[in-house]
Design a protein. Structure first.
Ligand code: CTP
Length: 308
């Protein structure tokens, strides 16, 4: 990245770098809001984009010149992540549209309370990053999550399982690969209260009704050789339960995930998992980072897309 008061210098440098090296060029602009929004800057950025430069940021917030607005240097981790797709040579998912569900769902009890789960969204995020690096066009339908969605990924934010089902249904006609990494609430409160519930000194009973199964709905729509991948979050009988889910939900592959050990499952950076395919073939994996698991998963998915 480059921080400069003289934006034209950056344009010149960027253009000559692109032309001379043909290396991928990532630009993270950071400057005063007026300078950033100036038509000359915007036009120059558009020119660089047509020449293949990729932009990341800027962020919005407090600036060095003590004003607030767009132009703040984006978080360095985001810049680093934006480099990953540029540096990956193998683009085996180029042209593929990948839809990923991620994070938790929140089912309202009243305007201030909900039923949720412990999903952090880390696995969905890792898969999105991996798919992006392999050249795919990625959309993440995400419920509440601890982590931000990677740069250049389209984000559809939802809260409830019903909203997730609706969002996914509207995306399925433009999807080649569907990966359900979200921890979706199986039940919702039948009639959430419109106002905050007051305690009454008595016990409270909530009637729960079953939510739509987003993955099973996706599995029932197998037009155009779509690849459908699910996860199975299990505390017991990992392989047996995952094998049953592959069949029940009509999947190509499931990632069976042990979720009740400290180094695997909800919130953890690592996970112990196994792949189970549609024929019931099991591939058990050692404990590894969610990033490594995402890479192995997308290797299998790329092979499946090649076979279709
Ligand atoms: N899933 C979904 N919609 C639901 C429930 C689950 O899309 N309403 C997806 C999850 O994203 C995951 C897979 O189905 O990819 C399996 O989820 P899991 O919670 O392991 O199992 P369930 O199907 O909910 O079954 P159970 O809770 O009985 O284990």
């Amino acid at each position: 990245y480059y921080y400069s008061g003289r934006y034209q210098d950056v344009i010149d440098l960027a253009t000559t770098t692109l032309l001379a090296t043909r290396a991928p060029l990532l630009i993270a602009p950071a400057m005063n809001t007026n300078m950033y929004q100036h038509p000359a800057t915007q036009q120059n950025m558009a020119t660089l984009k047509t020449r293949g430069a990729v932009f990341v940021g800027p962020d919005s917030g407090r600036l060095a010149c003590r004003t607030v607005g767009p132009g703040r240097l984006i978080d360095p981790m985001t810049i680093l992540e934006a480099c990953v797709p540029l540096l990956r040579a193998e683009k085996d998912l180029a042209g593929k549209r990948v839809v990923i569900t991620s994070g938790a769902t929140h089912e309202p009890i009243d305007p201030v309370r909900y039923i949720g789960n412990r999903s952090s969204g880390k696995m969905g995020r890792a898969i999105a990053l991996e798919a992006l690096a392999r050249g795919a066009e990625v959309t993440v339908v995400s419920g509440p999550s601890e982590v931000a969605i990677p740069h250049n990924v389209k984000l559809v934010s939802i809260q409830t399982a019903t909203e997730m089902a609706e969002a996914v249904a509207s995306l399925m006609h433009e999807c080649d690969i569907f990966v359900a990494a979200a921890a979706v609430g199986d039940y919702r409160v039948d009639a959430p209260a419109a106002s905050k519930r007051k305690k009454s000194g008595k016990s409270l009973e909530l009637r729960l009704v079953e939510n739509p199964d987003v993955l099973a709905l996706a599995g029932s729509d197998r037009k155009n050789g779509k690849i459908i991948v699910g996860f199975a979050a299990e505390t017991d009988d990992l392989i047996k339960n995952a094998t049953a889910k592959v069949k029940q939900k009509n999947l190509d592959l499931i990632v069976a995930n042990q979720v009740n050990t400290p180094d695997s499952g909800f919130g953890s950076d690592t996970t112990t998992a196994a792949f189970v395919d549609s024929k019931g073939k099991v591939e058990e994996l050692p404990n590894m980072s969610k990033g490594d698991l995402a890479e192995m998963l997308m290797d299998r998915v790329a092979k499946l897309t090649g076979a279709r």
